[in-house]
Design a protein around this ligand. Structure first.
Ligand code: UD1
Ligand code: CA
Length: 454
């Protein structure tokens, strides 16, 4: 169907979250609730989305971006009122999805199916419904003897018999835009909560002779609304599982999906193995046949094919192929590590370029450095990049050999194939092919122990 728009309701306070933040900016798998809903609508093919904001609106705008279309609902007078605030932004002649900013598990497939169902049957409105075991708190779907939808009754307005109904209103709908606009003008606040209920538009449409449908979704997990932190954690686990399954279907092995956290914008190529306790966030890309984890955290980074990252943290960096990282390495932002590099235990890299085949095996800090190919770092090397005011760069040529416990006082350059002696503090450039020794000669005081007077 063409000309489908969306309204996302996100103006409510969400008091049960007990939070200084708007409910819809709380995150599931690293992305705000409202962003999940927004993206599901976009993926379902909507051409225009209006987000209704009110309570803590600046936070919602802050996380979705100023380039989106917002309608302000100054006072939260109910879901019907929220839609009244948004609808002047839309034209008649198409249909509109009404979505809730606190229902992040909804999928674009369900929305697409509902839109299709709605347009095939030429309904004035289609309610997305679900069967649930415990319908408490939800609006109940009232049907007549022939099974047609008659109304939605809110928990607080429901009779004892109506409360037994287990088909509930998900709070997601597809409406004919023009008919919704007309129905909204007939809403009143004559109900238990004194609010304009969007749900009352159903009875209004029926009364005016239109037909209304219900699209019952297959997976009732999708309609779960987030009202408190317990539901937030539950949604997180459902979404985490969903993301993990997407990767497993693509040929990625995840040893323990329950202890693996993969963000929505991560891509992983075939035959990579993700070990327990691993967290992959941001726009991370993992190449083929990598082994990530256990207990590694990778944020906004690219990892080339065949690399391993064991018990380590990698942030905003670019790692080549067949690189071995960890255990216990920390790669800080803006590193570019070429292929076949080893970054071993207790090694920290920051803002540095590391050439092909270089080995930084243990207990070393490389910051603000440009390191060539096949360089060997001895244990305990430190690039001394900071003089308390400014940062300086260290440059190391190809095939250089940095002795154990070398301090490289930047700015400094070590030439190609040059060596530094273990324990040296290098303050001057080292020419290519030379050995720099910058330490005191050893003095052995013989029989010193025997002769000592204390
Ligand atoms: C609503 C439905 C109920 C349904 C349930 C599904 C109504 C009257 N009831 O109830 O049938 O089963 O959702 O989760 O619609 N909002 C605004 N402005 C307002 C009021 C609400 O933007 O003035 C937003 C909220 O931020 C939220 C959404 O609308 O994102 C739903 O509001 P909420 O108060 O949670 O509705 P429920 O009582 O859960
Ligand atoms: Ca709700």
């Amino acid at each position: 169907m063409s000309n489908v728009s969306a309204i996302i309701l996100a103006a409510g306070a969400g008091t049960r979250m007990k939070s200084a933040y708007s409910k819809v900016v709380h995150k599931v798998c690293g992305a705000p609730l409202v962003e999940w809903v927004y993206n599901a609508g976009e993926e379902a093919g909507v051409s225009k989305t209006v987000v209704v904001v009110g309570h803590k609106s600046e936070q919602v705008v802050g996380c979705l971006g100023e380039d989106k279309l917002y309608a302000i609902q100054e006072k939260q007078l109910g879901t019907g009122h929220a839609v009244m605030c948004a609808i002047p932004n839309l034209d008649d002649g198409g249909c509109v999805l009404v979505l809730s900013g606190d229902v992040p598990l909804i999928t674009s497939e369900t929305l697409k199916n509902a839109i299709e169902y709605h347009s095939e049957h030429r309904f004035a409105a289609t309610i997305i419904t679900a069967e649930v075991e415990n319908p408490f708190g939800y609006g109940r779907i009232i049907r007549n003897e022939t099974g047609d939808v008659k109304a939605i009754v809110e928990e607080k307005d429901a009779s004892a018999a109506q409360k037994l109904i287990t088909e509930i209103n998900s709070g997601l709908y597809c409406f004919d835009t023009g008919l919704l606009r007309a129905a909204l003008s007939e809403l009143t606040t004559k109900n238990a909560q004194g609010e304009y209920y969007l749900t009352d538009t159903i009875e209004i449409l029926l009364k005016n002779g239109y037909t209304v449908g219900a699209y019952k979704m297959a997976d009732n997990k999708e309609i779960m609304g987030i009202n408190d932190r317990m539901q937030l954690a539950h949604a997180e686990s459902v979404m985490r599982r969903r993301i993990a399954e997407k990767h497993m279907k693509n040929g990625v092995t995840i040893i323990d999906p329950n202890s693996t956290y993969i963000g929505p914008n991560v891509s992983i190529e075939q035959d990579s193995v993700i070990l327990p306790g691993t967290i992959l966030e941001g726009n991370t890309v993992i190449g083929q046949e990598c082994e990530i984890g256990p207990s590694s955290r990778i944020i906004g980074s690219v990892i080339g094919c065949g690399s391993t990252v064991e018990n380590s943290v990698v942030k905003e960096s670019n790692i080549g192929s067949n690189v071995k990282i960890g255990p216990f390495a920390y790669i800080r932002p803006n590193c570019k590590v070429a292929d076949n590099v080893k970054v071993g235990d207790f090694v920290e890299l920051k803002n540095s370029n590391i050439g092909d085949g270089t080995k930084i095996s243990h207990l070393t800090y490389v910051g603000d450095s440009d390191v060539g190919k096949n360089v060997n770092f001895g244990c305990g090397t430190v690039t001394v990049n900071y003089d308390s005011k400014k940062k300086y760069r260290t440059t190391i040529g190809d095939n250089a050999f940095i002795g154990c416990n070398t301090n490289l006082i930047a700015p400094v350059e070590v030439g190609d194939r040059a060596y530094t002696a273990a324990g040296s503090t290098i303050t001057e450039n080292v020419p290519a092919d030379s050995l720099a020794v910058a330490r005191n000669h050893q003095v052995n005081k013989e029989n010193w122990v025997k002769n000592k007077k204390f």
